[in-house]
Design a protein around this ligand. Structure first.
Ligand SMILES: Cc1ncc(COP(=O)(O)O)c(C=O)c1O
Length: 500
């Protein structure tokens, strides 16, 4: 029978099907074991994963679309939000909702700020939010979706922290929201939240603190006796916060929370629609139908690990951070950027192309994350350190040192001046599909017409080009690239395993 790429006429056998799925994972990063220093989070305890995933599966089918018919989910969410509120020193007025991730939490906070401004300041046509250049891209995505202008403000390039005076200068009568990070992803530092809180109060602005990656771990870092700037609801002026569970609470993915100083602010996040022919819609977040799985898994992880358990994991994590920083300080080729205050470390270099180092590490089965240069922050290598990292630090440092040696001896040539000038002369808005094909080919990720491009094993060349591209051009190139790799294809090899 012809295979037209549709759903197979008779189904595959279960074992064959899982074998095939598993075979697709050949080039995936390891999610456990500690060799992947971005995207995935390993506490170094398999039991947490087991317990959380059991809850995930048990509640997978329940639908948080309507908490009146699945009251368990309402109760679980309120208990999870209660734990988050206490963790971030919120009082009894603080409320919030469980979301699918940091981006959704941030988007909800921006939407709430916009809708509140629409109600209270109906004459304000073009609201702005003022944020440091180090704030996560999710704020720009929210600005884009909700038509709020994002005003990016340079940071202090010695500390990588928000410059409060510059942020004050960027505020005007269109500003509705200030943003600070605790911690920022790129450099792992806490912005001056108390000073920004004062600014918010003086100017009568909302103030969101993004604790997506730092909010859960920082209270434990403080309890270990380390200096941590106040960043939570104990700071006057903070009106909303985001904090992810699927990072350093080590829950399965799709788990975050957005919190507001009180319910009068959260009200603007909610959405209801009665004017259509179907069931009444009332949503707390983006999704309407949503599985109860990640929520139940979060509840299970928090209750199973417990406060003491998270403190112990953080102690191991910070010991790994100290060992990495000391080891990198001894290396000639790499320098830690700024003074990381939590478990994220960025390293740059005067002597080697950091993108080559990333590629070399990949050949030794490590994933360390390349970050492009922007706004004075040079291109660098980013490490997200976690509970499984400590025992791997000596091997990581040794492999980083030899990756630097190799990178020094066989460097990818940096983009030359002619190339840089060419890239800066291009107006991304005027480029058509053919020009994008040429640009993708120039970046080493081209393909025959009609074929999907493949990501090469070594990415130093692409990163070197993206690093000198104007960001608007890089964004367009990346969109074109994704537009070409997401193409439907038939399930490979399935016909020979179709059940009889
Ligand atoms: C500071 C910060 N904010 C927001 C996010 C976005 O989180 P997510 O990827 O869960 O949407 C991240 C992700 O790393 C982050 O580090």
């Amino acid at each position: 029978m012809d295979d037209d790429g549709g759903i197979p006429s008779s189904g595959m056998e279960e074992d064959a099907l899982f074998a095939r799925l598993d075979s697709y994972r050949g080039n995936d990063l390891d999610t456990k074991g500690g060799r992947t220093w971005a995207y995935v989070y390993d506490p170094g305890r398999a039991d947490i994963d087991r317990v959380a995933k059991r809850a995930l599966v048990e509640f997978y089918d329940e639908n948080a679309l309507d908490p009146t018919v699945f009251p368990s989910l309402l109760r679980i969410e309120n208990e999870v939000v209660g734990m988050a509120r206490a963790h971030l020193r919120g009082d009894d007025d603080v409320v919030g909702n469980f979301t699918t991730g940091g981006t959704e939490s941030i988007m909800m906070a921006v939407k709430a700020a916009r809708d509140r401004a629409r109600e209270l300041r109906p004459d304000l046509d073009h609201p702005t939010m003022v944020l440091p250049v180090t704030a996560h891209a999710a704020f720009h995505k929210a600005a884009h979706y909700f038509d709020v202008e994002a005003v990016s403000v340079p940071v202090d390039t010695a500390t990588w922290k928000a410059d409060v005076e510059a942020m004050a200068a960027a505020c005007d009568d269109r500003t509705i929201l200030l943003v600070g990070s605790a911690v920022s992803y790129a450099h792992g530092v806490v912005d001056p939240i108390p000073e920004l809180g004062r600014l918010a109060l003086e100017r009568d602005l909302l103030f969101h603190v993004d604790g997506c990656i730092g909010g859960f771990i920082l209270p434990y870092v403080r309890r270990l006796g380390r200096e941590v700037t106040d960043f939570d609801f104990s700071v006057p002026g903070v009106t909303s916060m985001s904090m992810d569970f699927h990072k350093y609470a080590y829950t399965p993915k799709s788990a975050s929370v957005v919190l507001y100083r009180d319910a009068s602010l959260r009200r603007y996040q909610l959405y209801a629609k009665a004017a259509w022919t179907g069931y009444t819609v009332i949503n707390t977040t983006f999704q309407s139908t949503k599985s109860g799985g990640a929520l139940a898994a979060t509840w299970a992880a928090l209750n199973y690990v417990g406060d003491q358990g998270y403190l112990e994991i953080t102690e191991r994590t910070m010991a790994a951070v100290d060992a990495i920083r000391a080891g990198v300080d001894r290396m000639d080729d790499l320098d830690v950027m700024g003074h990381p205050e939590s478990n994220l470390v960025a390293m740059t270099s005067d002597t080697v192309n950091v993108f080559d180092v990333v590629d070399e590490m990949r050949t030794e089965r490590w994933y360390v994350q390349p970050q492009l240069g922007f706004a004075g922050s040079r291109e660098n290598i980013h490490l997200s350190v976690g509970g499984a990292s400590l025992q791997l630090v000596p091997e990581l440092l040794a492999d980083l040192a030899s990756a630097c040696d190799t990178a020094r001896n066989a460097p990818t040539p940096p983009a030359d001046e002619e190339m840089v000038a060419l890239l800066h002369s291009i107006d991304p808005a005027t480029l058509g599909p053919d020009e994008f094909d040429l640009l993708l080919a120039g970046a080493g990720i081209g393909a025959e017409p009609g074929a999907a491009p493949e990501v090469p094993d070594r990415t130093a060349g692409i990163n070197a080009i993206l690093n000198v591209c104007p960001p608007e051009l890089a964004e367009r190139v990346l969109i074109e690239f994704f537009n070409r790799i997401y193409v439907p294809e038939p399930t490979s090899g399935r016909t020979d395993e179709v059940a009889s």
